[in-house]
Design a protein. Structure first.
Length: 165
């Protein structure tokens, strides 16, 4: 996969946060009644993201171990940290790693990038505060996803290029 395609896929996956804040900005009266549904959708997307990754990498012991450890880490993060903005930083950091791992298989990559986009919709809808207008805070707090995903891709490309010489 070429870097430019990978980069734009990571940006599009990240745009779920932007779309979620736009939805709340358009219909702010729906944020409070849909809060429980957004929370359920967020957890369901998280479960699907890890479910597909574990299903694909169940034969590879190292990747399976990484996935299980990151799932346990996110489980504790989900229930120990109360601030959703802090939670999302850790979640999107792990998503950057999972996004990179899924790039080895095109079908898995499409599924994972779509699920990350769908995860961002309810997450941003829950984090965005109309009175504070904290869009920039949400955006810059979670940009770690694009950084981690693309740095891993470039490091992998650089080292595989050195090995092939």
């Amino acid at each position: 996969m070429m870097f430019i395609n990978y980069f734009f896929a990571s940006v599009i996956s990240f745009l779920g946060l932007v779309i979620g804040t736009i939805l709340v900005h358009i219909a702010p009266e729906e944020q409070k009644p849909l809060e429980t549904k957004f929370s359920i959708m967020r957890k369901f997307c998280l479960l699907l993201i890890f479910g597909f990754m574990i299903f694909y990498y169940y034969n590879n012991l190292i990747y399976s171990l990484i996935l299980v450890l990151s799932l346990i880490f996110l489980f504790f993060t989900e229930y120990k940290i109360k601030d959703l903005l802090e939670k999302s930083f850790f979640v999107y950091f792990i998503f950057g790693i999972l996004f990179f791992l899924s790039s080895k298989n095109t079908n898995l990559f499409v599924i994972e990038s779509s699920l990350i986009l769908l995860y961002g919709l309810p997450t941003a809808s829950l984090m965005y505060k109309i009175k504070k207008k904290n869009f920039k805070e949400i955006f810059f707090h979670n940009i770690v996803f694009i950084g981690v995903a693309n740095i891993l891709f470039l490091v992998n490309y650089h080292f595989s290029f050195l090995i092939l010489k």
